[in-house]
Ligand binder design. Structure first.
Ligand code: 26Q
Length: 823
């Protein structure tokens, strides 16, 4: 679409929005106002919206600098922000005005929004949680600043190859100008790597030599909703300290000179696409230190501007560690306090342990972060020394409390013995922090009972607590589902801002559950969201979708513990069943469309095979004339925040089917429910608390419970029963795959063998009850009115899962900070 009217009609009477749009087209973009394409129009609209943010952002900084107040810092290697323009306009309360203004200029705002690329600086749940928490902090006028890395490449772009496998391509998201960041060439810090550390006296040392790189700040504005408060997310970029090494250059060694500058730039080049595994890659450790060191320098500089004695640091600063990724902040702060600020070891440790708070996101043993001592010694010699010293003092205290318990000492040590020796980051994060929390009730209990058991016995239970995750209702209701938000507002006779700021108000819907008018409108909203998704699928894949069918969605990172394999084998089971039916029987089948989306870590072979199976099953069943009207299947490539915003509001039912005790929380479960989707799931993570809120009659639970899992695994290991005997229905499905019904069967053997052999994630144990649960879902869906009532009741009870509540929990339990609203 091209704007042909040029400047005609644009004069000083038109609203400010069109004026600023035209101004940015001509000056910032240096383009002609005629012949402007949608990409250019998006840029101009974004720059114009940004002007509003900048004013608020500046005022917020001034306001908070005016008097010394305590601040909290959220350190996360991932911020999965998604798109910004729509969210910024909604939070500023300017969306309607921009819609009109942009219309006057001959564009559609919705089309321009589609031009924006996602900022995808995260893998999944942990990164999106950080983004929701920033929104909630700003919206509640809390002084919370985020710190992360400005990766040149976000999470990879996922493509599906001709054989159905995942292919990866880079995500050069900064290729076009990014209007949402402000480069801060004046905010830079020097970060050292390698070199050597020499003790000077006692615990003190001098670290020198090695390489230095520069960290430069980029600031991202985080607007609060319905407030002028606009917080900051500071992302660091690595740069060579000098353009390149002049000595080598003069000696004629140009390549070597450029190499060191390349290696500095490489630090922030790419987000590691692994979650739940650690590889011990040096560059990842470099990223972690680079980021924590730059962030701490910045935090310390800001603290020093207050003119307070260093001993008061914890009265003005709280730092939340988002998983173990920023744990090096603990030895780094020790280094600064002992080596540079000249504090005694004990005073330094006292400050450190009152400053940090640690959130754990997993109890899977293979996901616990550890680093080879040799690598750490080389890259960060001083930090390795400090970690050894912390460990020595700590283990002496453990020995004093539990004399002679060598196994306990070995388990609690910061160093895992073996070849190689490893540093255990979760142990370090735990002992260096004031408090440790899990992300859902069950998870926090499991933490205390498993990986943190010894630490609970040592420190006592008060150090350990729970903050159930939350999601921002601004993005995950109002932005992604404006019709539902509008309907809720009409039904409750409240402005949107009222329940979007206090999500517990949704409970007011319960009074109206039986009103036929509401039921009809609620169903119509869901239907239009399903049509929006169908339209997306049709324009991107060419496939037509029956929007009268039930939409069943599973969208999350591919992982064995999340059991997408259980879902696809269930789909095949359903397909084979329908195939075997008579035409009369088929008439009674409830048509269903199954959607999958999600990325697999590029090196995760089994997860990638699952994708391949899903894609190839889809290729067969979607064209089978016997079944295609009753069952179809889509793997939507390149899952992202923006795709989630289309999928979630369109779902009738979604799947959260991890082996009990493995999913720390899950957050998309909350998003689906907030949008009136129902859950089929295991008794795991936040599913449990969701069911507590909405009532078990509104959730389709199945599968073994957490306490049974360990015993079952033991049985599988030592008393295996052949799958044909244990679960004949599943054995049959597996045989069909193996025999090549969905393309070359041999390809899937390694995947199928994980089930046939020790079945660590217990598919054979849960398959029958899973199929039963899906049958109950079908039956419930037949009574559409009753289904819609379940849907309304579910939305009504989502108040607890607002990230506003979660942030209040952190602010009160950990950070001890207070709201401070801009006048
Ligand atoms: C660690 C070391 C080296 C390389 C990568 C990593 C790494 C990166 C990302 C490890 C883990 C992650 C991400 C974990 C994650 O997303 N966990 C999810 O967090 C959500 C928010 O708390 C929970 O809802 C999910 O249950 C949990 O799986």
């Amino acid at each position: 679409k091209v704007w042909k009217d040029g400047l005609r009609g644009v004069d000083k009477d038109i609203p400010d929005i069109t004026k600023s749009f035209v101004h940015h087209v001509q000056t910032s973009l240096a383009r002609q106002a005629y012949n402007l394409d949608e990409a250019g129009a998006y840029q101009a609209a974004a720059l114009s919206a940004r002007d509003n943010l900048l004013v608020n952002w500046n005022e917020t900084q001034l306001h908070f600098n005016a008097k010394p107040t305590k601040r909290a810092y959220y350190l996360s290697l991932e911020f999965l922000m998604g798109r910004t323009l729509d969210n910024a306009l909604l939070n500023l309360g300017l969306k309607d005005k921009y819609t009109d203004g942009i219309n006057k200029l001959g564009f559609g705002l919705e089309d321009l929004l589609e031009q924006e690329r996602d900022a995808a600086l995260g893998n999944g749940g942990l990164g999106r949680l950080a983004a929701c928490y920033l929104d909630s902090s700003a919206s509640q006028e809390l002084p919370v600043w985020g710190y992360g890395l400005r990766y040149q490449y976000g999470i990879f772009q996922q493509l599906i190859g001709p054989d159905g496998s995942q292919l990866e391509a880079p995500d050069p998201w900064l290729q076009h100008d990014n209007p949402w960041e402000i480069p801060r060439a004046d905010v830079t810090y020097e970060i050292r790597f390698y070199g050597h550390s020499e003790r000077v006296d006692g615990m003190k040392a001098v670290w020198s030599g090695g390489q230095e790189v520069l960290a430069m700040a980029y600031d991202v504005m985080i607007p609060g909703y319905d407030t002028k408060n606009t917080n900051n997310l500071r992302l660091w970029e690595s740069k060579p300290k000098r353009g390149f090494d002049l000595n080598s250059f003069n000696a004629g060694d140009y390549e070597r000179a450029v190499e060191s500058s390349n290696s500095a730039a490489a630090i922030t080049s790419v987000l590691y696409p692994n979650d739940h595994t650690t590889f011990g890659k040096e560059l990842r450790l470099k990223q972690q230190y680079f980021w924590t060191a730059a962030s701490l320098s910045d935090i310390l500089r800001r603290f020093k501007n207050l003119g307070k004695p260093i001993g008061e640091f914890p009265e003005y600063v709280s730092i939340q560690l988002n998983d173990t990724h920023p744990t090096l902040a603990i030895p780094e702060l020790m280094r600064i306090l002992v080596d540079e600020e000249d504090l005694s070891w004990d005073s330094a440790w006292d400050i450190v342990t009152r400053t940090f708070f640690f959130t754990n996101h997993t109890v899977l043993p293979e996901a616990l972060e550890k680093w080879p001592v040799t690598l750490m010694q080389q890259l960060l010699p001083r930090h390795m020394q400090i970690i050894f010293d912390i460990n020595m003092i700590f283990l002496q205290a453990v020995e004093k409390k539990f004399p002679g318990d060598r196994d306990k000492l070995a388990r609690m040590s910061l160093i895992e013995e073996g070849f190689p020796q490893n540093v255990r980051m979760a142990n370090l994060a735990c002992i260096g922090s004031r408090k440790v929390n899990g992300v859902a009730e069950l998870h926090s209990e499991l933490l205390k009972a498993t990986i943190m058991k010894d630490f609970v016995e040592f420190f006592g239970t008060d150090k350990f607590f729970n903050v159930t995750n939350g999601i921002t209702p601004r993005r995950w209701l109002d932005q992604c589902n404006p019709r539902l938000s509008q309907l809720i507002s009409e039904t409750l006779k409240l402005p949107k801002a009222s329940f979007l700021k206090d999500l517990s108000q949704l409970e007011g819907l319960l009074k109206h559950v039986d009103e036929p008018g509401l039921i009809k409108k609620w169903a119509a909203v869901k239907q239009s969201n399903k049509e929006r998704l169908a339209h997306y699928v049709e324009t991107t894949t060419g496939h037509q979708i029956n929007t009268q069918a039930m939409f069943d969605v599973q969208i999350k990172r591919l992982h064995e513990y999340k059991r997408q394999t259980l879902n696809i084998l269930g789909v095949i089971y359903r397909y084979l069943k329908i195939k075997a039916m008579t035409p009369a029987e088929r008439k009674k089948v409830n048509p269903k469309v199954v959607f999958f989306a999600g990325k697999a870590a590029p090196g995760y072979y089994i997860a990638k095979l699952t994708i391949r199976l899903i894609v190839n099953v889809a290729r067969i069943i979607n064209v089978d004339p016997d079944t295609k009207d009753l069952l179809s299947l889509f793997f939507l490539p390149d899952y992202s925040v923006s795709l989630a915003e289309i999928l979630i509001p369109a779902s009738d039912i979604s799947q959260h089917i991890s082996t009990a005790g493995t999913e720390a929380s899950g957050t998309s479960n909350m998003k689906f429910c907030l949008n009136g989707g129902l859950l089929v799931g295991t008794v795991d993570g936040a599913n449990i608390e969701i069911a507590e809120e909405v009532g078990e009659q509104n959730v389709f639970f199945f599968g073994h419970l957490t306490p049974a899992v360990e015993d079952l695994r033991y049985q599988h290991m030592y008393h295996p029963v052949p799958i044909e005997q244990k679960c004949p229905e599943l054995a049959n499905v597996i045989n069909e795959v193996s025999s090549g019904r969905f393309g070359d069967g041999g390809v899937y053997e390694p995947l199928l063998n994980t089930i046939r052999q020790n079945d660590y994630y217990l598919l054979t144990e849960d398959f029958d009850s899973y199929i039963k649960a899906l049958k109950l879902v079908d039956e419930a869906y037949q009574d559409r009115t009753e289904w819609i009532k379940k849907s309304i009741r579910t939305t009504a009870k989502m108040g607890k899962f607002s990230s506003d509540r979660a942030i209040q929990d952190y602010a009160q339990e950990c950070w001890n900070i207070e709201s401070n609203k801009l006048p």
